[in-house]
Every structure is written in C-alpha cells, then in structure tokens.
Design a protein around this ligand. Structure first.
Ligand SMILES: Cc1ncc(COP(=O)(O)O)c(C=O)c1O
Length: 263
C-alpha cells in the first residue's frame, strides 16, 4: 500500500454529519491511479460495496500469496529459519497495526474478525451484566452480547442518524458494565463522538467498546486519544485478507481466556 497515491489534496471538503465531520475526498482522489492497483476493479466496473468488504490491491494479494506459498511456515511454533522469519513478519505486522492506530504492540490481539473480537469480550468479560448498545449497531455488535447472556439496552438515534448521547446519558446506570457503539455506522455513515461516549460510560463505572469496522478504513484513528477501553475492526474492510481482525485494549490481560487450546 506504500505506493498508493496520497488520497488527500487541497480541494478536500468536509461533510458535517451530526456533531462530527467526515472528509469527502472524492473530488481529490486520483481514481485511475488507485483503480490500477486493484485487479478486482477492471475499467468500467464500479464497486459500491466497500462497507461490506473491500477489494484488494495487488500488494495485498501478492503478500497473501507469498505468505501461503513461498514463505509459508508456522508462526511462534518452529525453530527453523523460515518459521523464525514468518514469526518476525507476523510480529512486524502487529507493530505496524499498532502504529497505525496509535497503540502499543502488546495491546493488539489478532482475531478472526470484528465479530470474533466482540464475542471474545462479550464471553470473557469478568463483569457480565447490562450492556448499552444503539439502534444502529451491526448484528455483530448485538448478537454476541445476547448469546453471552448480557442484558441489552438500546440507545435511540438523533434525527440526523447519530447515536443520541443525551439519551445514552439518561439510560446509563451503575448496573451497566459495558457500552458498545459503532464509531461510524455501516448503514448511515454517521460518526460517534467517542470521547463523550467514553466519558458517559466511565461516569457510571462502565467500559466502552467501539466497533471501528467502518471508521478505521475512513478516518485517522488514535485509540490512545479516543478514551475507549476496547476497539475492534476487521482486515477485510481495510483492504486486507478476510479471516483476520483486531481487538485493541489497554487491559487485555484482565480478560480471562475465552477459548482453550495449544499451539
Ligand atoms: C459495523 C460492522 N461491525 C462488525 C462487522 C463484522 O465484521 P467482521 O466481518 O470482521 O466479523 C461489520 C461487517 O459487516 C460491520 O460493518
């Protein structure tokens, strides 16, 4: 991805949505230069499903093919040279992801996707109680909480499609152990004021999990500055391969093991 043209230029404009703003870079993007790097986007093809899953640039396809072929070996389980190289590459990816979202590398857990990250927190969190979700959450940020036995409350939206944080303030009680909101809605594109959501959650002793699936591909994300406790996102919406995702937290070590096994 290093040779992608810079997506931003001086003509970028801002679109106000609710209290936050998304940058519209459509007028400033060298779309042909970008398109050339995506074999899944032949000329004349217009792909409008990136929120569901992103097409892959050739650099990602090449890296994936090499990882599955020429360079393939076990990670963290072998002492031969190729395995050691694979382990170094895997850990380099963790450092790169950490730097990309303003995190420390030990705060990054690789999982199979955002769905698994949310399941991990929902099932293994030591204080299973009430969780406040919102009306715009993806099913991946609803069903895991229900199946794991949390009592779910739902926050309404404002007229312009944002999570209504004034309503959240009224709904939250000390019984809530968790608030789980999307950073950017996959349906409406509406962004969350994460700092305020974190402040409201923490005020009643709850933690804040942010579903960043739609935000990380679109916005600069600095988890250290956001103020949330957990941040999740998926690889396949970020131009990476499917089957990989990230759970960030500065308290991963407080979560007991969720699934057992060896390596
Ligand atoms: C907002 C949001 N959350 C969670 C998910 C699930 O992500 P994954 O496919 O990585 O499990 C999606 C994917 O559609 C999404 O858009």
């Amino acid at each position: 991805m290093t040779n992608l043209p810079s997506p931003l230029a001086s003509s970028e404009v801002e679109m106000p949505i609710g209290s936050a703003r998304l940058r519209d870079v459509s007028t400033a993007l060298d779309t042909n230069g970008v398109r050339d790097q995506f074999p899944g986007l032949p000329p004349g093809w217009h792909y409008l499903d990136t929120a569901a899953t992103a097409q892959k640039p050739q650099a990602v396809i090449d890296a994936t093919v090499n990882a599955m072929g020429r360079d393939y070996a076990t990670v963290h389980r072998g002492v031969y040279a190729r395995s050691a190289d694979m382990t170094l590459a895997y850990e380099a990816a963790r450092r790169r992801i950490a730097a990309f979202i303003g995190a420390k590398e030990e705060q990054i857990a690789f999982v199979r996707g955002a769905t698994e990250a949310i399941n991990l927190v929902a099932y293994s969190h030591p204080k299973k109680g009430r969780v406040l979700l919102s009306m715009l959450e993806h099913h991946s940020n609803i069903v895991p909480w229900q199946l794991a036995g949390w009592q779910v409350d739902v926050c309404p939206l404002t007229a312009d499609g944002c999570i209504d944080l004034d309503a959240a303030e009224k709904l939250l009680t000390p019984e809530h152990a968790m608030v789980a909101f999307a950073h950017v809605s996959n349906v409406l594109g509406s962004p969350l004021d994460v700092a305020r959501a974190a402040e409201l959650a923490h005020r009643v002793g709850a933690e804040l999990l942010v579903d960043g699936c739609q935000a990380v591909p679109r916005l600069p994300v600095d988890v250290a500055a956001l103020g949330c406790d957990y941040y999740v996102f998926s690889g396949h919406k970020l131009y990476g391969p499917t089957g990989i995702g990230v759970l960030w937290s500065d308290r991963l070590d407080t979560l007991p093991p969720w699934q057992g096994g060896g390596r």
